[in-house]
Design a protein around this ligand. Structure first.
Ligand SMILES: [Zn+2]
Length: 155
């Protein structure tokens, strides 16, 4: 005996759900959160946030490794990504008076280091507009020797 279904058919559009085309690429993962985080060029050696793995800076933008932060070694960068800036304030550093602003990871809000807004000593002017990130908050990503998977396929 056939039971006829009550016509509960609402307007259910069949093709409503958008399907995202992921795949077909070996490394097609990075398109998922593209709109949320900045990504440095693939394959570039870069530094990422040790807490949330957001890209922070490219190795190409590294100016100096000989800086000292409150938690040890710190690097000076030309430019950074995924980084927010706190209010600027005057501080007396080892190299004289500077106007600096704390910088933090925009993804996990961890304070990473500081930005030099202004340097008073002429010998320190080169640091203006540059960023310090403490080594304790960074991890190396992409293309570093030994950790690059692409190297395995090269015989
Ligand atoms: Zn982070």
């Amino acid at each position: 005996m056939k039971v006829l279904e009550p016509s509960q058919k609402e307007n259910t559009p069949k093709m409503k759900a958008k399907t995202f085309q992921v795949g077909g690429y070996d490394q097609g993962i990075d398109m998922l959160i593209d709109q949320f985080q900045h990504y440095l060029p693939e394959g570039d050696r870069c530094y990422s946030c040790i807490h949330c793995r957001a890209n922070l800076a490219s190795h190409n933008d590294l100016i100096s490794k000989s800086f000292q932060g409150s938690q040890g070694k710190a690097y000076l960068f030309n430019s950074v990504v995924n980084v927010g800036c706190g209010p600027a304030e005057e501080r007396i550093l080892l190299t004289g008076a500077h106007t600096v602003a704390d910088i933090y990871c925009e993804c996990c809000k961890t304070t990473l280091g500081w930005k030099y807004e202004h340097a008073y000593e002429s010998s320190q002017k080169y640091k203006e507009g540059k960023f310090i990130i403490e080594l304790a908050h960074m991890v190396k990503d992409n293309g570093w020797e030994g950790s690059d998977e692409k190297r395995k396929s090269i015989s």
